[in-house]
Design a protein around this ligand. Structure first.
Ligand code: C2E
Ligand code: MG
Ligand code: MG
Ligand code: MG
Length: 292
C-alpha cells in the first residue's frame, strides 16, 4: 500500500490520501458508467477565413451531457480520466464519432473537415496509429485529409522524437496535424523544428491580448511571419470581437476561431448555422492543394 508511483517511492500512511484515492476511484467509475451509457457528445466550433468568409472546418470538442448537471466542459472531467484506460477508450470513441459525423454530413451534401483533440499519452499509446489506420479504412468514402489532429504543445522534450515519428506515420495516412495552444509550451520553437506540423493554432492568451498589448501584438505578428517562412498554416484561437478580427487581418492571420464567430454547438445545429451565415465551405485540403 505504501509503495506507489513507481520504484523507490514510498509514502507514509496517510488517511487523507486514502480518502482522496477513494473519491477519485469513485469519480472514475462514474465517468466509466457515463461513457457506457453514451452520455458523452461532441460539440463543433467552426474555423473560418475572415478574408473570404469561408469555413475551413470545425473542431470537435468533448462534452459530458450530465443527466442532472447539464452540459459539462472538458475541464470538469478530462483531468479525472488522465492516465486511465478510459482516456484511451474515450479518445478512440472521439475518432469514430468524428468520422461518423463527416460521413453523415457528406450524405447531406456537405464536405466538412473536422479536427479532433488528442492527448499525447493516447497518441503515444501502443497501437494508436494502427487504430487510426483501421478507422480510416472503415470509412473509406472519406478523404483522409478531411481529418486533422490537434496536439497540445505539452509534448515534453524527452519524447519529442518519438512523438515526431508517430505524427509522421499519421501524416503519411493523409491526416493533417495542428499544434494547439502554440506559444504556451516551454519549447515552442524546437517543436516547430522537430515535429511534422501542418498548422499552428495561436493560443487564446496571445490573441485576446492584441487589442491592448503591443507585446502580444508583436508576438502574434512574429508567429505569423515564422509560419509564412516555414510554409505552414496558422490560425488564431479565442477570437471574441470585431477588433480581434480586424487586427488579425492586419497581422496577416485570416484564419480564426472563437466565440466572436461562433460558440461550439451541437452537431445538429451545424448545417443550419452554415446556411444562416452564408459562408462557403472550402474543399478538403487534398483537393485544394494547400489551405493557404
Ligand atoms: P482547445 O483544444 O484549445 O479548445 C479550445 C477551447 O477554447 C474550447 O474549450 C473552446 O470551447 C474554447 N473557446 C473557443 N473559442 C473561445 C473564445 O473565443 N474565448 C474563450 N475564452 N474560449 C474559447 P473546451 O471545449 O472547454 O475545451 C478545453 C480543452 O479540452 C480543449 O482546448 C482541449 O485541449 C480539451 N479537449 C476538448 N475536447 C477534447 C477531446 O475530445 N479529447 C481531448 N484529449 N481533449 C479535448
Ligand atoms: Mg472551456
Ligand atoms: Mg484544440
Ligand atoms: Mg487551443
Amino acid at each position: 500500500q505504501a509503495k506507489r508511483g513507481g520504484k523507490n517511492r514510498y509514502q507514509f500512511y496517510n488517511p487523507l490520501n486514502n480518502q482522496l484515492e477513494a473519491m477519485c476511484k469513485k469519480e472514475i467509475e462514474r465517468l466509466e458508467q457515463a461513457f457506457l451509457e453514451e452520455e458523452f457528445v461532441l460539440y463543433y466550433q467552426p474555423k473560418v477565413n475572415l478574408l473570404t468568409d469561408e469555413v475551413i472546418g470545425f473542431e470537435a470538442l468533448l462534452r459530458w451531457s450530465h443527466p442532472e448537471r447539464g452540459i459539462l466542459e472538458p475541464a470538469d472531467f478530462l483531468p479525472v480520466i488522465a492516465g486511465t484506460r478510459l482516456e484511451f477508450s474515450m479518445g478512440e470513441w472521439v475518432i469514430d464519432a468524428v468520422l461518423r459525423q463527416i460521413q453523415y454530413w457528406k450524405s447531406q451534401g456537405q464536405d466538412i473537415s473536422i479536427s479532433f483533440n488528442i492527448s499525447t499519452s493516447h497518441l503515444m499509446s501502443q497501437g494508436f496509429t494502427d487504430y487510426l489506420e483501421t478507422m480510416l479504412a472503415c470509412y473509406s468514402s472519406i478523404p483522409n485529409a478531411m481529418l486533422e489532429m490537434e496536439l497540445k504543445e505539452s509534448v515534453t522534450s524527452d519524447n519529442v522524437f518519438e512523438v515526431a515519428k508517430t505524427l509522421s506515420r499519421c501524416r503519411e495516412l493523409g491526416v493533417t496535424i495542428a499544434l494547439d495552444d502554440f506559444g504556451t509550451g516551454c519549447s515552442s520553437l524546437s517543436h516547430l523544428r522537430e515535429l511534422p506540423i501542418d498548422t499552428i493554432k495561436i493560443a487564446k492568451s496571445f490573441v485576446s491580448g492584441i487589442p491592448l498589448s503591443q507585446k502580444d501584438k508583436s508576438l502574434v505578428k512574429g508567429i505569423v511571419q515564422i509560419t509564412q517562412m516555414l510554409g505552414i498554416s496558422v490560425i488564431a484561437e479565442g477570437v471574441e470581437s470585431a477588433t480581434h478580427s480586424s487586427m488579425l487581418l492586419d497581422l496577416g492571420c485570416p484564419l480564426a476561431q472563437g466565440y466572436g464567430i461562433a460558440e461550439p454547438m451541437p452537431a445538429s445545429q451545424v448545417l443550419a448555422w452554415l446556411q444562416q451565415n452564408v459562408v462557403f465551405l472550402i474543399q478538403p485540403p487534398d483537393q485544394l492543394g494547400s489551405i493557404l
